[in-house]
Design a protein around this ligand. Structure first.
Ligand SMILES: [Zn+2]
Ligand SMILES: [Zn+2]
Length: 168
């Protein structure tokens, strides 16, 4: 999705952007994201002084893999988007400057949208805040049933000893 500088030239006008876009890289790159619906892009662009402000929301249904029980679950993601672009003669990397320097006649929003979505994704998604996870011994999903495993880790030396007695 691109914005032409000439389309936002008039500071009294606002440019509305409504589109549905897919971001296949996110599913490829983020391990706990299993799938993502097309993203509903709802943005508004306008000029103030030398900058083009682009604000709005990016929304999608994201299928995550719970980091505790590994079950998949779907959750709505609404990402606020707010960036400030400035036309530049050459690309400058200035960490102090919050503006994004853009060379050429158009602003390519896609990489900035992708970045905003990635930053908004939970680092450790949980199907429920109190997800009980998997039993570390038998792997049973403790949200569904309980097992009889002893939670305390068995000392491996004792386990070997137990095996020794079992065999003899
Ligand atoms: Zn879970
Ligand atoms: Zn168990």
């Amino acid at each position: 999705m691109n914005i032409q500088w000439r389309d936002v030239r008039d500071p009294s006008a606002e440019l509305h952007l409504h589109e549905t876009m897919t971001f296949p890289n996110i599913v490829k790159e983020i391990g706990h994201v299993v799938a993502m619906s097309p993203v509903e892009v709802d943005l508004c662009a306008s000029m103030h002084d030398d900058s083009c402000y682009v604000r709005g929301t990016l929304s999608a249904d994201v299928t995550y893999r719970c980091s505790r029980c590994l079950q998949e679950f779907v959750e709505r993601l609404d990402v606020p988007f707010c960036e400030r672009f400035v036309k530049a003669a050459q690309e400058v990397v200035d960490d102090e400057d919050e503006r994004i320097a853009v060379v050429g006649e158009e602003i390519d929003l896609e990489p900035w949208m992708e970045q905003a979505i990635i930053l908004a994704l939970p680092y450790r998604p949980l199907c429920e805040q109190e997800c009980a996870g998997l039993c570390p011994v038998c792997g049973m999903n403790r949200n569904e049933s309980s097992c009889n495993c002893n939670d305390e880790r068995i000392d491996p030396r004792l386990a070997d000893l137990a095996k020794f007695f079992e065999q003899n």
